[in-house]
Design a binder for this molecule. Structure first.
Ligand SMILES: Nc1ncnc2c1ncn2[C@@H]1O[C@H](COP(=O)(O)OP(=O)(O)O)[C@@H](O)[C@H]1O
Ligand code: SF4
Ligand SMILES: [Mg+2]
Length: 325
């Protein structure tokens, strides 16, 4: 794990421009991250903070209204922003794969599970029908689907939510990608199935030395799953570092509030501390620090000037004037 980063984002920015070009939403705003093989990075933040747009930017699979407007994106030493759409098609699925937020959106109701799991293998590896089928069977085994032979012949609607999520995981793993991005993969699952799925992802990650980007709004999951964490707020990474550091010594008031809001073991919901105020509207952010209207520790300066990135300790960065002091 001491080699060069596998994936590197350098001040990557992705904007949405509204139909008449009148409003710009900076959904990803100068995000810098790096990830090594075998490492798990958690990306946390409230809904609307830019997590999915960040993932889709890495895949270069953005909706038409969105554009990567600046910064760098490198994978295995290559400049992904310089790749043509057809070169990206070869990289996507095969070398960088993503598990979408909604498993049903990734599965076609009209095709059998077997066809859908075999598809990426056939497309990327030009494998014949029979051996793609064998691969599909072993992939279903790898994601711990009982009776894989029978399941291969079934359709998505014949399966439970947990099972479908595993199928989506199998499709993502089909070509043994080096980077796997899982976008809130457990939101629709109940707690037991959720725990099983997380363990499965963790096992796959360990076995294959995957770099895993795990997107969630649940910091508790990050604590269990990840090596490092990036906290997003209003399109920016406002604090990042090793999980242990972020949990033990968060410096950004937003991270502190998020950590406070994790239900403690044995503590009921009454121990949840909600963060006061509204999540920001990315189309009209306040001047200065975007967290300032909700920040209990805001200084005069915070209303006027946005803080830059401060290195708190090696590998630990924050965007907050308190850290810059
Ligand atoms: N299709 C879209 N058109 C315009 N703006 C969008 C679109 N999708 C997302 N956005 C904007 O980008 C922001 C980030 O969205 P998203 O990346 O989905 O956040 P998250 O995954 O953290 O919930 C949203 O707050 C919204 O303002
Ligand atoms: S820069 Fe100021 S407003 Fe923003 S999080 Fe830090 S203290 Fe709060
Ligand atoms: Mg999202």
């Amino acid at each position: 794990m001491t080699d060069a980063p596998l994936l590197e984002l350098d001040k990557l920015s992705t904007h949405f421009v509204t139909a008449r070009g009148t409003r710009v939403v900076k959904a990803v705003d100068e995000v810098s991250l790096s990830l090594r093989a075998g490492e798990t990075l958690g990306v946390v933040g409230e809904s609307g903070s830019g997590k999915t747009t960040l993932a889709l930017s890495i895949m270069r699979l953005l909706p038409t209204a969105a554009r990567i407007v600046g910064g760098g994106l490198r994978f295995a030493g290559e400049d992904l922003l310089a790749k043509s759409p057809s070169e990206m098609r070869h990289i996507r699925g095969k070398r960088i794969a993503m598990i979408l937020q909604d498993p049903m959106a990734s599965l076609n109701p009209l095709f059998t599970v077997g066809d859908q799991v075999a598809e990426p293998v056939r497309v990327h590896e030009h494998t014949g029908r029979r051996s793609a089928r064998d691969r599909a069977r072993s992939l279903l085994k790898a994601v711990k689907i009982p009776a894989p032979e029978q399941r291969l012949r079934e359709y998505p609607h014949q399966m439970s939510g947990g099972m479908r999520q595993r199928i989506v995981g199998a499709i993502a793993m089909a070509c043994e990608p080096r980077v796997l991005i899982a976008d809130e993969p457990t939101t629709s699952l109940d707690v037991t199935i959720q725990a099983q799925y997380l363990k499965l992802l963790r096992d796959l990650q360990r076995e294959h030395g995957l770099a895993l980007i795990f997107i969630t709004h649940n910091l508790g999951i990050v604590a269990r799953m990840c090596d490092s964490v990036a906290v997003m707020y209003a399109g920016r990474v406002i604090e990042a570092g090793p999980v242990r550091t972020i949990f033990n010594a968060p410096v950004h008031p937003y991270t502190q509030a998020l950590i406070e809001s994790i239900p403690r073991l044995g503590g009921g919901p009454s121990r949840l501390t909600a963060i006061d105020g509204q999540p920001p509207d990315l189309a009209s952010l306040p001047a200065g620090c975007s967290f300032q209207p909700r920040c209990p520790r805001a200084l005069d300066r915070c209303r006027e000037e946005a803080p830059g990135i401060t290195t708190v300790a090696p590998g630990h960065t924050a965007r907050c004037w308190l850290a810059a002091k």
